[in-house]
Design a binder for this molecule. Structure first.
Ligand code: GLV
Ligand code: GLV
Length: 352
């Protein structure tokens, strides 16, 4: 192959490999057994000549990639807080991610619902909401501990009425905050959008209600599911003060990035509010939990699995490969690569 493309992790499926090898790329997959590679490991992988890669990226790595002649980098994730995009730009390296929907810019509102990881993430957010509300994990542990000695009217009951959960609604997550209100009335789950989302997209579904301020949302909501990108504006978005205005028996779900929530403040809040529950897929010091969190019954913790379906993960790998290919082969691009969007339209012809 004319181009050398290195993947720092073994990505699922074979389509991404075929896409690259069909286009004159030699694909190398890191065989290192560690989950997290060190800077030295990645520098060794880049070697003398390298065209594309995926992993956690800082300035030193982009400068090494540049020295090796590299021009493209793709994150196999929608979030790119692990990537120093400014450094990449400085070294002329294009950055791609695997956003919920590559057609976002040209799409109307409804098209947003067909993304590579959107539904899968929505599904986990819904699962965590329901599991937290129905105390599934606690109840499971209770059974396994042999504590169930017969049916009782109040055993693991809850204040919330379980309602039909409109998963599709959860899917409107790209780079925005979406909040859900879980009414006590079983016929409806009203998602509340807070932030720029509705303005940016014009068309509004009738069930959406625009909240005046984030504080209003927090005060009203029974369930809040967080889906922003992590940046300076969303760091500790949910902090001690905001937790304190939420309902005492509210449910908070985070499938975005750990630092969006002040996790130490959350641990304190959970300790003094036993009816408050959380479902967390991401953590501030991932893969570690803040002290005290693991001991709390009102917290459900899972290991960053929101996008974990075979279809989604293979789709993400494919998008990551397309990002790198798009740059090195000069295909038409969707957007400025450094805007961190996938930039290859798979259906458009290669340049003449
Ligand atoms: C997963 O966390 C992602 O950003 O895709
Ligand atoms: C509970 O098992 C019921 O029958 O209501």
């Amino acid at each position: 192959g004319k181009y050398r493309v290195v993947s720092t992790k073994s990505m699922p499926g074979t389509r991404w490999i075929r896409l690259l090898t069909d286009q004159d790329c030699r694909v190398e997959i890191c065989t290192e057994k560690k989950t997290i590679l060190s800077v030295e490991d990645i520098l060794a992988l880049i070697g003398e000549k390298c065209d594309g890669l995926t992993e956690d990226w800082s300035e030193v790595l982009f400068s090494a990639l540049k020295r090796a002649g590299g021009t493209a980098f793709s994150n196999m994730a929608v979030g790119y807080n692990n990537v120093d995009v400014d450094a990449a730009t400085k070294y002329g390296v294009a950055v791609g991610n695997t956003p919920p929907n590559p057609f976002l810019e040209s799409a109307n509102f409804r098209l947003l619902q067909v993304g590579v990881l959107t539904e899968t993430t929505a599904e986990l957010a819904a699962s965590l909401s329901l599991a937290a509300a129905r105390r599934i994990v606690e109840a499971d542990q209770f059974m396994r501990a042999g504590l169930y000695d017969g049916w009782l009217p109040h055993l693991y009951d809850l204040n919330h009425t379980l309602v039909f959960y409109e998963c599709q609604m959860v899917s409107l997550v790209q780079h925005r905050l979406i909040f859900f209100e879980w009414n006590d009335y079983p016929e409806l789950v009203l998602p509340i959008a807070y932030g720029q989302f509705l303005q940016a997209n014009g068309e509004q579904p009738v069930t959406w209600k625009r909240a005046a301020t984030m504080e209003d949302v927090l005060r009203e909501a029974d369930v809040i599911s967080l889906h922003p990108i992590l940046d300076k504006t969303t760091y500790h978005l949910i902090n001690k003060e905001r937790l304190s205005i939420m309902k005492k028996d509210a449910i908070l779900v985070n499938c975005s990035r750990g630092p969006v929530v002040d996790e130490a403040a959350l641990v304190e809040h959970l300790k003094v509010n036993p009816m408050f529950r959380v479902g967390l897929d991401v953590f501030e010091d991932e893969p570690y939990l803040k002290p005290g969190l693991a001991e709390l019954k009102n917290a459900i913790v899972v290991p960053h699995i929101a996008s974990a379906s075979k279809w989604t993960r293979e789709g993400m790998a494919t998008l990551a490969a397309l990002n790198v290919l798009g740059k090195i082969k000069g295909y038409p691009v969707w957007a400025d690569p450094n805007l961190v969007e996938p930039f290859l339209d798979e259906n458009s012809p290669p340049p003449a």
